[in-house]
Ligand binder design. Structure first.
Ligand SMILES: Nc1ncnc2c1ncn2[C@@H]1O[C@H](COP(=O)(O)OP(=O)(O)OP(=O)(O)O)[C@@H](O)[C@H]1O
Ligand SMILES: Nc1ncnc2c1ncn2[C@@H]1O[C@H](COP(=O)(O)OP(=O)(O)OP(=O)(O)O)[C@@H](O)[C@H]1O
Length: 497
């Protein structure tokens, strides 16, 4: 073991950076240095610049992402791997096995050793294909994220830059990821951005806390930073261990939900196909107005497929009856990948788009756009291109556009992934308000706290089938919900036909 003085140090000194077409510099002379073997968590509100800084530290900015940057000193490591927020950006080849083989080839691994190694890295992230010669395009969002991680682990890098590596993973996948990383990270240096705080915090020794404007507010051992900065974390809406508990204890308990009794959706021998194959089927299901339905299940189970089938974005068979006058308009949809949704080149135009098509009065559109920019913390980026937003901002914009028309039914595919605490809680408060007014919410989520504290019904999908349909109720004892997660004491699921 070498002493700290002998270890290599990297980082940036007095960094300033300008995004294309932006006059103002991001980071005001930011200095951040780190040492071989350190395990560091970058914490800060959505949009403060965490992902951008990771890309500067790895040298991706400006070498692969051209950007004007100024720094007194830059020390960039050589053997690093980068796990991106958006797994789609990570792949070089069309097939699963080829993508990992590509990395192994770069490491000059002999061809005959490759099949075993490919399986080894896929197993590390819990991907188990009978034949790994699978089209990457045909994987679910969470499966792609697992593959992206496997590809980076196959590099066997000394340094890992991890940008929200578990955002799209199911709870078991998240746990598996941290366990796999534990196995391979002994002497490695890790610089991590992660909103799901509870697990990652066990893993790191140093926490760097950023403010809204990208300045470093504190930097030091995790115990000290989390303790001394607790007020700041709460005020800025940054995740900290116990944030959920504090939020729920302060949450104004919503009035008893109105029982509308009116069926809004009936499914009968309903199935949804992708590429000619049935990927999700439900024999029989009825959902009432004002319900909050959580759709849970493992990565690749068929949750997004179900939602896309309900919105008729994929071919379906059987009955899917919406008890609504104009279902095409009354049912709003939020894709798992927010970029699929954007149709304009400015944030404010994106919000105004659907109301303009309906020829609503300009005054009303302006008022509504301003309201949503405030509610979704997007006012400072209102003139930006939607593709230039941070992941959290993109996610909020996609949800905000769906809410513009005040739809009667909301189909939401993981609307809270990649969000800081403040924006997560604000979104949930808004959805609760809409639910009180009778909006039906059908939401795919891996966030068990939402399932526990907001859902009125939980549908569990496994291998393309509805395996459990349970009404959420409070009672005694505890029960197990999807992915082997124990419900809190005092809660239980009541089965429904
Ligand atoms: N290409 C770009 N052009 C203009 N602004 C950009 C560009 N890329 C990022 N930004 C802005 O820079 C800021 C920092 O973005 P970044 O993705 O680094 O934030 P982050 O802290 O990782 O956020 P999140 O937690 O939401 O992922 C954001 O306000 C974003 O809108
Ligand atoms: N574009 C596609 N083409 C073909 N098959 C696909 C496509 N997208 C997903 N699939 C397959 O359909 C099945 C269900 O995928 P789906 O995206 O519905 O899963 P999911 O439960 O939403 O997963 P996740 O939690 O990872 O988002 C998976 O077996 C997946 O491989």
């Amino acid at each position: 073991m070498c002493s700290i003085n002998e270890r290599t140090r990297w980082g940036v000194t007095e960094l300033r950076l300008a995004f294309p077409k932006q006059k103002e510099m991001h980071f005001k002379d930011l200095t951040f240095r780190y040492t071989e073997g350190e395990k560091i968590l970058l914490l800060g509100p959505s949009g403060c610049g965490k992902s951008t800084l990771l890309q500067v530290l790895s040298g991706l900015i400006p070498s692969s992402v051209p950007m004007a940057i100024k720094a007194k000193k830059k020390e960039i490591p050589s053997n690093w791997g980068f796990i991106f927020q958006d797994p789609e950006t990570q792949f070089c080849m069309p097939y699963v096995d080829e993508d990992i083989a590509f990395v192994l080839e770069n490491r000059k691994i002999a061809r005959e050793k490759m099949p075993d190694l490919i399986n080894h890295y896929l197993n590390l992230v819990g991907l188990d294909f009978p034949d790994p010669h699978q089209l990457i395009h045909s994987l679910s969002g969470g499966m792609k994220q697992r593959l992206a991680i496997a590809g980076v682990l196959a590099l066997e890098p000394d340094i890992l830059f991890l940008d929200e590596p578990t955002a799209l993973l199911d709870p078991q996948g998240t746990e598996d990821f941290w366990q796999s990383l534990q196995k391979v990270s002994n002497n490695r240096t890790l610089v991590i951005v992660e909103h799901k705080i509870d697990r990652v915090i066990e893993f790191v020794d140093r926490v760097v806390l950023f403010g809204n404007d990208g300045t470093i507010i504190d930097d030091g051992p995790k115990e000290r930073v989390l303790k001394q900065q607790k007020r700041r974390l709460v005020e800025d809406g940054i995740w900290y261990p116990g944030a959920w508990r504090d939020h729920l204890s302060q949450r104004i308990q919503t009035k008893k939900l109105p029982d509308y009794q009116a069926t809004v959706l009936t499914l009968d021998r309903f199935s949804v196909k992708r590429n000619g194959h049935i990927k999700c089927s439900i024999d029989s299901l009825m959902i009432n107005r004002g319900e909050w339905v959580a759709v849970i299940g493992k990565n690749g189970a068929g949750k997004s497929t179900l939602l896309e089938g309900l919105k008729r974005l994929l071919p379906t068979k059987g009955k899917c009856i919406w008890n609504l006058t104009h279902p095409e308009e009354a049912v709003a949809f939020v894709f798992q990948n927010p970029e699929f949704q954007f149709v304009t080149d400015r944030v404010d135009d994106e919000l105004a788009f659907s109301l303009r098509i309906k020829q609503c009065p300009p005054d009303l559109i302006r008022r509504r756009v301003c309201e949503m920019l405030q509610k979704f913390a997007l006012a400072s980026v209102r003139g930006n291109h939607p593709f230039q937003l941070s992941i959290g901002q993109k996610r909020r914009l996609s949800v905000a556009t769906a809410l513009m028309e005040q739809p009667q039914v909301l189909l939401l595919d993981e609307p809270t992934f990649g969000q800081d605490a403040k924006n997560t809680f604000q979104l949930l408060d808004q959805l609760s308000e809409l639910q009180q007014q009778g909006t039906t919410i059908i939401m795919v989520t891996h966030e068990l706290e939402i399932v526990r504290h907001y859902a009125t019904r939980v549908l569990e999908i496994d291998a393309g089938r509805l395996v459990s349909n349970a009404h959420r109720d409070r009672g005694s004892g505890s029960e197990v919900i999807g992915n082997g997660h124990q419900m809190d004491e005092g809660e239980k699921l009541v089965s429904r036909n």
